[in-house]
Design a protein around this ligand. Structure first.
Ligand SMILES: Nc1ncnc2c1ncn2[C@@H]1O[C@H](COP(=O)(O)OP(=O)(O)OP(=O)(O)O)[C@@H](O)[C@H]1O
Ligand SMILES: [Mg+2]
Length: 166
């Protein structure tokens, strides 16, 4: 069901609902200061996965992708969720105006980023990388890689939570 090599967990989601549930599993494990970078093409399921994360954090509001502000904050959960979507990032704009550095420095909540590839080399090395790929209409491949001690541990904890101890 899932393969685990090095610090990388590789598995499939067979439906939008499963992607959301997997996100919720992850959300339950998150701690203040965590950084999750979610990449993948349009319609891969990134926002759906973030909606799951929000659910797992206990966020009560409906989560939708931030547009002009590039960041949405949710404070109704166990810890704050900062949802960043860089799809509309203007390459010439000052990235600092997005304020992600401040969120990361404050480290009081979880920072989740869609389209991190729009700002390569801009994020700290330590992060949980999640890549979503289309397989077919309903099926997505999910590749989760932890970089840095905390995020290696997080991938392992997620594996146990989502797929059991084996
Ligand atoms: N297994 C699956 N997991 C996630 N989404 C799926 C799956 N199968 C089908 N879908 C559909 O794919 C779409 C994913 O939309 P979503 O907004 O989450 O993508 P996204 O990666 O955030 O796209 P964007 O880059 O535009 O922000 C939804 O319409 C969802 O119903
Ligand atoms: Mg999206």
């Amino acid at each position: 069901m899932a393969t685990f090599r090095g610090n990388t967990l590789d598995f499939f989601s067979h439906s939008p609902e499963q992607t959301r549930r997997l996100g919720a599993r992850l959300g339950q494990l998150l701690q203040p200061g965590d950084l999750i970078l979610i990449s993948g093409p349009l319609g891969a399921g990134k926002t759906l996965f973030v909606q799951g994360i929000a659910e797992g954090l206990g966020v009560r509001e409906h989560v939708r992708s931030p547009t002009f502000t590039l960041v949405n904050e949710y404070h109704s959960g166990r810890i704050p969720l900062y949802h960043v979507d860089l799809y509309r990032l203007n390459g010439h704009a000052d990235l600092a105006t997005v304020g992600v550095e401040e969120y990361l420095e404050r480290a009081d909540g979880v920072v989740v980023v869609e389209w991190p590839e729009r700002a390569p080399a801009w994020f700290p090395l330590a992060a949980l990388h999640v890549r979503l790929e289309h397989v077919d209409d309903q099926k997505r491949r999910v590749v989760m890689e932890g970089k840095g001690e905390r995020f290696v541990a997080l991938v392992r904890a997620f594996k146990r939570s989502a797929f059991g101890a084996a």
